[in-house]
Ligand binder design. Sequence first.
Ligand SMILES: CC[C@H](C(=O)O)C(=O)SCCNC(=O)CCNC(=O)[C@H](O)C(C)(C)COP(=O)(O)OP(=O)(O)OC[C@H]1O[C@@H](n2cnc3c(N)ncnc32)[C@H](O)[C@@H]1OP(=O)(O)O
Ligand SMILES: [Co+2]
Length: 135
Amino acid sequence: MLTNVEHIGIAVKSLAASNDLFTKLLGGKPYKAEAVESEGVTTSFFKINQTKIELLEATRPDSPIAKFLEKKGEGIHHLAFEVSDIYAEIERLKTEGFTPLNETPRRGADNKLVCFLHPKETNGVLVELCQEVKE
Ligand SMILES: CC[C@H](C(=O)O)C(=O)SCCNC(=O)CCNC(=O)[C@H](O)C(C)(C)COP(=O)(O)OP(=O)(O)OC[C@H]1O[C@@H](n2cnc3c(N)ncnc32)[C@H](O)[C@@H]1OP(=O)(O)O
Ligand SMILES: [Co+2]
C-alpha cells in the first residue's frame, strides 16, 4: 500500500534560483542535487521532517518537465508516495483499474525505484510511486 507522501515534485525553470528561494522559505539548504538522465531532469531535494520537496529543472527540451513548464509554467508537478513493494503495488493498482505508465519500475532520484500513474486516472494529479532501493 501507499504509506506516506515521500516527496512533492515542483517543476522550476532554474534550479539555482529556486534553490535560493526554497532555502529562504524552508530555512535550510537542499540535502542533495542529482541528475536523472533518463527523465531529462536535474533535481534538488529539501527535507522537512518526514516530507521532502523535490525541485526539478529540465535538462532536455523533450523532458516531461520542459513540456509541463511550457504548458502550465512553474508549480507542483507530482505527488510521490512511498511503497514498500513497488512490484506488488503495481499489480494491486492494476486490479483496481489503474494503468501504470511504466509497468516495470525504473531508477529514479534519491535511491528509489519509481513508477507513475497518468494524471487522467488520478483526478489531474500526476502520481509517482517510490520504493527505497536496498543496497
Ligand atoms: C524519476 C525521477 C524523479 C524522481 O522523483 O525520482 C522524478 O520525479 S522525474 C519527474 C519527471 N518524469 C515524469 O513526469 C514521468 C511521468 N510523466 C509522463 O510520462 C508524462 O509527463 C505524462 C504522460 C504525464 C504527460 O505527458 P504528455 O506527453 O502526454 O504531456 P501532455 O502535455 O500532452 O499532457 C497530457 C495531459 O496531461 C496533463 N499533464 C501533463 N503533465 C501533468 C502533470 N504533471 N500534472 C497534471 N496534469 C499533467 C496535461 O495538462 C494534458 O492535459 P490536457 O487536459 O490534455 O491538456
Ligand atoms: Co519525483
